[in-house]
Design a protein around this ligand. Structure first.
Ligand code: ADP
Ligand code: ZN
Length: 708
């Protein structure tokens, strides 16, 4: 183990300046410290965990550029757009660009004019021995790194050649990042990329802000009503309806449109153009709902998706988790609802059988079904699937808010656990049930399991009951299924603590399946009367206008989290605006005014006082933004900006002018004005812009005031 490196002080400053964030998320500081000190890293963080900053910040801190390898074109596009919006030069190179765009990106990269180069794996491999050799690459990030492993759920053969990038740039630290990978996949990634003693960071998969709800056997109308309610509650946001089939997506889209919702549809049966358009409209916040099959969502970087509804049961927990994970990436509350029906299970089973290779797929569907039918906290079930134990109920799922009858299951578990241990962990669920029930099956006799102490210790319960309780024990993380050992059961370290009486467990009382009553969707409350929430809705409307005018996606203006913070703080001046979480200097100046106007109106304050605009220039000056950029951010001429700088000089608000005027020009101007009081100004006006002359005079006054 290499000791952990300290985090350079510049990192926190950049986080604040460029992203407007006050604190790192868990793991970010450690990872940034490691890679800036030259160490490799293997980062496992759920979607929305904040992986991008882990390579973007180091890229800004280092000389040269970072190479980011990603298979998701829309993600590359979104990220480069977001970086450029925040003032960080970045470019993307991939097959969806026409070659002239790629050309200019490559030229910029060779000239060292970009800090981040996003590239697709195909393009990387073909260009590795070409222009890339002429770039100063000081960091390499492989995004969606699970694609490298055939153990992962999204294997892409081209990824297996990515090891070549390490050989091409042996000195650059290499990072692999992914949102889904079990232990086997993780080790495979590290080996294939040739990671050297990487920092291994595994973030928590818990997304407490996502509420989880499963609704059983709902008719179509109830599904549509649920969506209508969600849209009514979040009129300025978007959500996703996932359906199993293309036809299902079309039908949902038609039903919702007929009810007056702004909806679109997305599935693999549409042309590439139609799909791109749907995706754009969704990203831009143009539609309230997209009705889609699983084809939709890869690379969606929209942080303000407020809800995801599954009209049908997904085929496995990975997909389900990834799909619901697209909601609430900004950390604010988001709703997820899964409609579950027996028909879906049958349909899925048929699919799997027809596919001809049941094995893993069938097992994964079992897990998905167990999740949907669980009588215990759903989040605990989800997390235990990813090998993470949560020792308390979440309070934010339908089971927690409407719990079935509970009982102390400690003794029941102890019987099961001791039976597992006494068989040397060599049995699966069914055999374990047989042992506990004292079955007379010959297998049990032959293997001598009828002689262990717990044989028949659970005779009082039926087979279905034991199966259900063992499933709960697995879901709680007390027992695990060893996939690398023929599916045999093992007691986990958490389970051992219960077995030894150090902890108790609560189980949900088993019910006959048909007696479980259908949970009806709670009616979602109507539009809020809370003033902060109302202001948030108004700010969202402002954001849509601003984004449309600037021709960028709404989330690139400000995230929902920023709008909520804005509504809480209610800043009324540009300086206060800068305090809002997620507001960096450039965005404060570029978009601040419209938002301030809305807030001031809400507060009954009237328009912003005249003459505050030069103070925004001070913000940019303090951020060391070059003059030309200042002008384009504010949408005024450089002369106007120089006028602001002069005024700030007059008011002693800035003391360093070297970025705007050279010593030589300053002296020429002041001398000419002193020597030729009558016509000096006219002479200079031919050679210098107004603003420069004005600034030179202000600086001269400044020197006089301060006795220089
Ligand atoms: P991932 O790539 O892991 O899916 P992202 O990097 O896209 O996640 O981050 C998800 C969201 O969280 C983005 O909106 C991002 O700006 C935000 N975010 C990242 N780091 C922080 C932080 N330290 N504080 C607040 N928000 C953050
Ligand atoms: Zn729960």
């Amino acid at each position: 183990m290499t000791p952990s490196a300290p985090l350079p002080a510049a990192a926190a400053e950049l986080l604040r300046k460029f992203y407007g964030y006050r604190e790192f998320r868990p793991g970010q500081a450690e990872i940034i410290a490691a890679v800036t000190s030259g160490r490799d890293a293997l980062v496992l963080m759920p979607t929305g965990g904040g992986k991008s900053i882990c390579y973007q910040l180091p890229a800004m801190m280092m000389d040269g550029a970072a190479l980011v390898i990603s298979p998701l074109i829309s993600l590359m596009e979104d990220q480069t757009a977001a970086l450029v919006a925040n003032g960080v030069p970045a470019a993307a190179i991939h097959s969806a660009h026409d070659e002239s765009l790629n050309r200019s990106a490559i030229e910029a990269a060779i000239a060292g004019r970009v800090k981040l180069i996003y590239i697709s794996p195909e393009r990387l491999l073909s260009d590795l021995d070409g222009w890339l050799r002429r770039c100063r690459i000081n960091l390499i990030a492989v995004d969606e790194a699970h694609c490298i492993s055939q153990w992962g759920h999204d294997f892409r053969p081209v990824y297996t050649q990515l090891g070549a990038v390490r050989e091409a740039f042996p000195a650059a630290p290499l990072m692999a990042l992914t949102a889904t990978a079990d232990r086997v996949t993780r080790d495979d990634i590290a080996a294939q990329l040739g990671l050297r003693d990487p920092l291994r960071w595994t973030g928590s998969f818990d997304r407490p802000n996502l509420s989880l709800r499963v609704v059983h056997s709902a008719p179509k109308k109830q599904k549509i009503d649920t969506v209508v309610n969600l849209v009514r509650r979040h009129p300025n946001d978007s959500g996703i309806v996932y359906t199993l089939s293309r036809k299902g997506a079309e039908e949902a889209h038609e039903a919702l449109s007929r009810l007056g919702l702004r909806s679109t549809v997305y599935h693999a049966g549409l042309s590439a153009d139609e799909r791109a358009r749907a995706q754009r409209r969704f990203s831009d916040g143009d539609v309230q709902v997209v009705c889609a099959t699983v084809a939709f969502g890869m690379g969606i970087d929209k942080s303000n998706i407020r809800w995801v509804v599954h009209f049908n049961l997904p085929g496995n927990i990975e997909s389900y988790y990834q799909e619901i994970g697209r909601a609430g990436r900004d950390g604010l509350p988001a709703t997820t609802i899964l409609f579950h029906s027996v028909q879906d299970i049958i349909l899925r089973r048929n699919f799997i059988e027809e596919s001809g290779r049941p094995g893993i797929a069938a097992e994964k569907l079992d897990w998905m079904q167990r999740y949907a039918e669980a009588g215990i906290c759903r989040r605990r079930v989800l997390l235990s699937y990813f090998g993470q134990v949560m020792e308390h109920d979440c309070g934010n799922c339908d089971v927690c808010s409407n719990p079935p009858e509970r009982f102390d299951g400690t003794i029941l578990f102890q019987k099961a656990a001791s039976a597992i241990i006494r068989t040397d962990s060599q049995v699966g669920i069914y055999m374990l049930t047989d042992i506990l029930r004292g079955s007379a099956k010959t297998d049990i006799h032959r293997r001598g399991f009828d002689r262990i102490k717990t044989f028949g210790a659970g005779r009082d319960l039926g087979q279905a009951q034991w199966n259900a309780y063992i499933a709960q024990m697995i879901q709680l993380g007390l027992i695990e299924i060893a996939l690398d050992d023929a599916g045999h059961l093992r007691v986990t370290p958490y389970g051992l603590r219960v077995l030894h009486g150090r902890l108790a467990v609560t189980l949900a009382r088993w019910q006959e399946p048909q007696r479980r009553k259908a949970t009806r969707a709670k009616t979602v409350p109507e539009i809020s009367t809370d003033p902060t929430e109302q202001l948030v809705e108004q700010l969202k409307a402002v954001r849509r206008q601003v984004a449309a005018k600037a021709g960028v996606a709404a989330y690139l203006v400000f995230s929902d989290a920023s709008l909520v913070d804005m509504a809480r703080r209610r800043p009324s001046t540009p300086e206060q605006f800068l305090e809002v979480n997620g507001v960096g200097e450039r965005k404060a100046v570029k978009y601040g005014r419209q938002f301030l106007a809305a807030i001031r109106k809400f507060e009954g304050l009237g328009a912003l006082p005249q003459g505050t605009t030069y103070k925004e220039t001070l913000i940019l000056h303090n951020a060391r933004v070059p003059l030309g950029d200042m002008a384009s951010i504010k949408g005024v001429t450089t002369d106007t900006i120089l006028g602001h700088i002069a005024r700030l000089t007059d008011e002693d608000m800035i003391t360093d002018f070297s970025a705007y005027i050279s010593r030589h020009d300053f002296e020429t101007i002041t001398h000419t004005l002193a020597d030729r009081p009558a016509d000096g100004y006219t002479v200079l006006a031919d050679q210098y812009p107004q603003g420069i002359i004005r600034l030179a005079r202000s600086i001269a006054e400044y020197h006089k005031r301060h006795g220089r």
